[in-house]
Design a protein around this ligand. Structure first.
Ligand code: ADP
Length: 520
């Protein structure tokens, strides 16, 4: 209620304030609201002071606000209460309403003056802040659980000094000690990491130190664990930056790669020794080839001398007594045969040396009756064995071609001597010579079939390779794996083929095909 001039002046002053202001009488009834209140609520002063006034306070805040106000009025103590007030759009804002008792004209039971400050924005900001910090808290907890549960070691440092501020249990487990509370990069020198060459890591070489300098890096470090054992670890470091991109710290990830690294090293060592062994083997093979070549040539000369001597002794024989002459002729014949076999074997070795050196054979072509050649070889071998029966089946009486006779003789000698050698229980060995005619031309066919031990099917594909023998025979039968390789070489250089079929335990069949001129 306006009572005097002074009060009028006061109202005008309050109306001029941008903040809400109010006056109440000693009983607590609001008697004046300034312009700012009317602006905010959209009510004129009469309504705002009337029964509508109650409606301005949020229904949820009303009872508490009234109770607080009544108790302040009763005790005449300053009033302060936070409540929501409705604005002209019907929305509520938070206000802090404050009131103080005023003495009018020295009367201690005078009225009240107060303000209402809109704190809605501040409150919203506070709410936002608290929800933000809740989010942050949540985020931090989530991060912590990730850090604690990843299967790698993690260590964090704050920049720029490099103070270790945290890490996870996995890091401690891999390193075998608690995280050292290093205050700065200098202190990283206490970590016992070594390079592959045994040099100790400098403090500023560690990926964490490099991360603080803004570098991404990965190092394999030989680390002395807390228990003294050396382990290989892989450490990768990355800088941590704030939103502006400034480096705030660094993080490292530690992996235990000890088992992997050892396996890798072992593999490398194995590979190296394998390479050395292969190199040595190749060198040995080279030496062997060179040796074969030189020995064969060296051996041939003395044999030629022996044969010459035998021949000379034969010529001397006419002067001797008949019996002695017969005896000597027989023995000389044996010597000659033996020497001849050695010459054949040496010739074979010379061919092997050629084969190994990738050279072709110097074939001595001349007209040869193959039927006759095979017959001769067969009967020569038949004379050497009683265990097997050797049968010659000529499909043709004569089979003329132009071939290297000595070498073909060697081919069939090899096949026959194998048939005998690999038939330890006897059996029949059949040798056939045939003429094969078909559209592709005319072929001379020689078949050697035995009933011996046969060849395991797994060994068949390589049986013609040089120095290759069946494992099933290598222990029990003398041999060097040269004969068949030579036979194939000779046959192929004549334009022919050699094939084998065999059943282990029941025998083998070798078939040689040599091309014949069409007009014969
Ligand atoms: P070797 O001197 O070992 O007999 P070859 O080159 O003549 O050499 O033969 C190679 C291998 O082929 C032999 O070691 C043997 O395992 C197998 N082989 C050759 N001929 C026969 C055969 N008639 N019966 C069984 N196995 C044979």
């Amino acid at each position: 209620m306006i009572t005097d001039q002074a009060e009028l002046g006061w109202h005008a002053a309050l109306d001029a304030l941008p903040e809400m202001a109010w006056l109440a009488d000693a009983n607590g009834s609001v008697v004046f609201l300034n312009h700012a209140v009317c602006d905010y609520t959209g009510l004129d002063a009469t309504h705002a002071l009337g029964p509508d006034a109650q409606q301005l306070v949020h229904p949820d805040d009303r009872a508490a606000a009234q109770a607080a106000w009544h108790s302040s009025v009763a005790a005449r103590t300053p009033f302060a209460h936070t409540l929501r007030l409705r604005n002209r759009e019907g929305a509520y804002n938070w206000f802090v309403v404050r009131g103080r008792p005023v003495a009018v004209h020295g009367d201690a039971s005078g009225g009240w003056s107060g303000t209402a400050i809109n704190v809605d924005r501040r409150r919203q900001a506070e709410q936002q802040r608290s929800s933000l910090s809740r989010d942050l808290e949540l985020e931090r907890a989530r991060l912590r659980s990730i850090v604690d549960n990843v299967p790698v070691g993690l260590v964090f440092a704050d920049g720029p000094a490099g103070t270790i501020v945290g890490g996870n249990a996995q890091a401690e487990q891999i390193l075998g000690h608690a995280l050292l509370p290093s205050p700065d990069v200098e202190a990283y020198s206490e970590w016992s990491g070594y390079h592959a060459d045994g040099r100790r890591f400098e403090s500023n070489e560690y990926p964490l130190a490099r991360a603080l300098r803004g570098e991404l890096s990965v190092e394999e470090i030989h680390y002395r664990r807390g228990d003294g054992n050396m382990v290989w670890i892989r450490v990768s470091g990355a800088p941590l930056r704030d939103a502006a991109g400034t480096i705030t710290g660094g993080v490292i990830m530690i992996l235990d790669i000890d088992a992997d690294k050892r396996a890798r090293d072992e593999q490398a060592t194995l590979l190296r020794s394998e390479q050395t062994a292969r190199g040595e083997a190749e060198a040995a093979v080279g030496e062997r080839d060179a040796l074969i070549a030189s020995i064969t040539h060296d051996l041939k000369n003395p044999l030629t001398v022996i044969r010459g001597q035998v021949e000379m002794l034969r010529r001397k024989a006419p002067d001797m007594a008949v019996e002695a002459k017969q005896e000597m002729t027989r023995r000389l014949g044996q010597i000659d045969q033996t020497v001849q076999r050695m010459v054949t074997q040496i010739d074979e070795l010379i061919d092997v040396a050629r084969l190994r050196a990738g050279q072709t054979l110097d074939l001595q072509h001349k007209p040869v009756d193959l039927a006759d050649l095979v017959r001769r070889v067969t009967s020569a071998f038949a004379a050497t064995t009683a265990l097997q029966e050797i049968v010659f089946e000529p499909g043709v009486e004569q089979l003329m071609g132009v071939w290297d006779e000595n070498r073909l003789e060697r081919v069939f000698s090899n096949l026959l001597s194998n048939a005998i050698k690999y038939s330890p229980n006897g059996g029949i060995i059949v040798v056939r010579v045939e003429l094969e005619q078909h559209q592709q031309g005319r072929w001379a066919l020689v078949t050697v079939r035995d009933q011996g031990i046969g060849i395991p099917s797994a060994d068949l594909p390589n049986i013609f390779d040089l120095f290759t023998r069946s494992d099933a025979h290598a222990g029990s039968y003398a041999g060097a794996g040269i004969g068949l390789a030579n036979a194939r070489n000779i046959v192929q250089q004549h334009g022919g083929t050699i094939e084998v079929s065999s059943t282990e335990g029941s025998g083998s069949t070798f078939v040689v095909r040599l091309p014949l001129p069409n007009d014969e």
